[in-house]
Design a protein around this ligand. Sequence first.
Ligand code: PA5
Length: 438
Amino acid sequence: MEKMVRLDTTALSSFVSSGELDRLDPFVRTAHDLLRQGTGAGADFRGWLELARRADRQELERILAAARRVREKATAFVVVGIGGSYLGARAAIEMLLPLHRNEMALPKRNGPRIYFLGNHLSPAVTAEILALLEQEEVVVNVISKSGTTTEPALSFRLLREQLLRRYGREEARRRILVTTDREKGALRKLAAEEGYETFTIPDDVGGRYSVLTPVGLLPMAVAGIDVEAVLAGAAAAAEWWTRPGVGNNEAYQYAALRNILARKGRQIELLVNFDPHLHTFGEWWKQLFGESEGKDGKGLYPASADFTTDLHSLGQYIQEGARILIETVLHLENQGPDLVIPAEATDIDGLEYLAGRTLGHVNEMAFRGTVEAHVAGGVPVIQLHLAERSAPVFGQLVFFFEVACAISGYLLGVNPFDQPGVEAYKRNMFRLLGKPGI
Ligand code: PA5
C-alpha cells in the first residue's frame, strides 16, 4: 500500500535544525525500545500496536454480520459512549461520509441515520435525540470498557426504557448491541442477564487507543465504511512507523519535533484542518494526546481549530499573540468533488478574477497563504499531507498519531497509557450526588 499520509517539515526550518533532530535520535530509539519490548510504563496497554496486523478474523466477521443486520433493520443507529468509546467512530464517520448524511434520503444516505448519545449530560440535547428516535426504527450500540461510566450509563438507561416501551423486552433485546470488557463491569453483567449480543474490547487496549477494535469498527461498518480498508491502512502504517530512530520513521520524527519545540517553550499544539470533515478527528486527537501526555505537570496542551472559519476568530491570536503555539496542519491533497466558480456579466462582488476556478483551489490557496503567514508570524508549522479522505488514509492517520503519541509520552518521561486525572471530577460529582459508598 502507498503511504497516503506524508509528514512535511519544510515550514519548520527556522525553528528546528536537522542537527537537533539527530541529537534526539538516541532518545527516540530508547523510547522505541520501551514501547516495542514492553519495558516502559503502562506496558500492559500496548495491544493497539498489533490490532490491525493481527485482526481477530472471527470478531471481524461478527462485526460485519451485525452491521449488515442493523443496516437492514434500522433507520437510526445510536452510538452511546464517551471519550475513547465514541470519538474514533465519530471521527471516521464524519471524515469519510457526507457530513449531512442524516438529512439525506435513502438510498443516497446508504444506511441508518447515526446519532451519538452518552457523551454529555445535557438534558436538552438528550431529550431532543430521544424525541427524534420516536419516529425511527432504532438500534443501539452501547460502548463502555469499564461498563460503569456515568454519562453513557445514564443515556443507555433512558434509551432502554424507550426501547422496552416501544418494542417490548424480546424485540428490544435484538436492538441492543453491547461493546465492553471481556468480563468486568455492570454492562457485561447486564448483557449476560438480558442476552444482548456483545463485542469485546481487548484488555490490553485503553479507551483512547481503541478505535480499531469493535468500539470503532462496529459503528463504522454500520455507517457503510469499509472497515477492512481502514485496518489495511493501519496495518501498512504499523510496518512503516514502528521502525527505530527518526531517520526513516515520520511518526517518530513528528514525536521528536513536538518534543524539541516544547523544550523551546512552546506550550500548545493546535491541530488544524481546512475541511469540516476533519473536525471530529481533531477531537479524537485531543483526547489521545491530552490524556496520554498531560500529567506530572508536563505535556503540550492539545487544541484544535477549523480553518478557514477559525481564522476569523482565533486567527488574530495565532498570528500575533503570545508565541506559545505550534501548529500541525492536516492538509487534504485531494479535496473530493469540487465546484467551479461561475462567471458573471457584472463584477459587483469583485470575484470575477476567480471565475472558472474551483472552490477547492481557493481553499488550497488559503492553506498555503496561512502556513506562510503563520511561519512569518513565528509559529512553527508541521504539515501532514493526506492524499484524500478514504478508509485507508483514516487507518494510516490513526496509527501515525497513536504510535507518535506513545513515543512522545516516553520521550517526556510519562506513562502514555494511564489517565489518573480523569477521576477527580467524578469523585466530586459522586459526592455531590450522594452516591452510596463515596
Ligand atoms: O481514555 C480513556 O480511557 C477514557 O477517556 C475513556 O475512553 C472514557 O472515559 C470512556 O470510558 P469507558 O469506555 O470505560 O466508558
